[in-house]
Ligand binder design. Structure first.
Ligand SMILES: [Zn+2]
Length: 279
């Protein structure tokens, strides 16, 4: 059987990107083009090298930063030939489609370039999907941002490792307690290594995580799925009088119930449409 690794990337948690060069995450900017893309690509290449060394046949990559724009953050030409990318229009978060393009039973999941959720202390660029206006998204009382959305779309798959800002691991561990946490920068300790330094760390620790996959858990969450979204100050829900899903709105919190994670995340996109800025 083909051993397929699912790799989900974001950018704010990539090596080499700090407050001092924050423009490197602004998709389309000069700094993004000259620095940011190379930083993220370095982290992804370290994972690919480790995975290939461990006998992974294929790596399926979803490059999720600034989804909605067709241009990739990762430098595609630098990727080895056993890497394919998920195909969604303009790289949009279409979790059902993304899940459908992967094997029914992938070898495991790794998240890379990950940042912490909105509100986490000592974090580089913390946010939850889009903050403002979103303060938190909860599913069954667990605050999920990018890591949670991506990982929960792969329920039943082993969560091998999370790579990123030290503060991002909290979310990853809430999803799967035994996930390997690989840090590439630590604001609290002022540790800001270069991508060259972290390349070896990522490679070594990913190899170790893959070799100890027996100790990793499959991602799971129990039904039913109660979602809620809270807004930061200055924003409100202009709630419609009729909506076709089971849920509720008040001024700053929307709730909805879903029979599956995929549908719940799709409803999240509908609910988002009712966010308005206070004048
Ligand atoms: Zn991002």
């Amino acid at each position: 059987m083909k051993r397929q690794l699912i790799l989900l990337s974001d950018m704010e948690g990539a090596s080499g990107i700090f407050e001092s060069n924050r423009g490197a995450v602004y998709h389309g900017s000069e700094l993004w083009r000259e620095v940011g893309r190379q930083c993220l690509t370095s982290d992804i290449l370290a994972v690919c090298e480790a995975a290939t060394e461990c006998g992974i046949d294929e790596i399926l990559l979803y490059d999720g930063h600034f989804a909605g724009d067709a241009e990739f953050n990762v430098i595609l030409e630098q990727l080895p030939s056993n890497v394919r990318t998920f195909d969604t229009p303009n790289r949009e978060f279409d979790w059902r489609r993304i899940r459908g393009q992967a094997e029914s039973d992938p070898f495991g999941l790794i998240t890379v370039g990950q940042h912490a959720r909105s509100g986490e202390p000592w974090a580089y660029f913390p946010h939850t999907i889009q903050t403002p206006p979103i303060k938190a998204v909860l599913v069954n009382n667990m605050h999920i941002a990018e890591i949670g959305q991506m990982a929960l779309s792969f329920c039943g798959t082993k969560y091998i490792a999370n790579i990123g800002c030290n503060a991002s691991h909290k979310e990853a561990k809430e999803i799967s307690q035994n996930v390997a946490c690989i840090t590439v920068k630590n604001k609290k300790e002022g540790w800001e290594p270069s991508p060259l330094e972290t390349y070896q760390i990522i490679k070594r620790e990913v190899v170790e995580a893959i070799q100890t996959i027996d100790q990793k858990d499959v991602i799971s969450i129990s039904e039913p799925f109660d979602f809620s979204m809270e807004l930061v100050e200055g924003y409100y829900f202009a709630s419609p009088t009729v909506f076709p899903w089971k849920g509720n709105f008040n001024e700053t919190v929307a709730t909805w119930v879903s029979p599956s994670i995929e549908i719940g995340l799709e409803l999240f996109n509908y609910v988002r449409n009712f966010i308005k800025k206070k004048s």
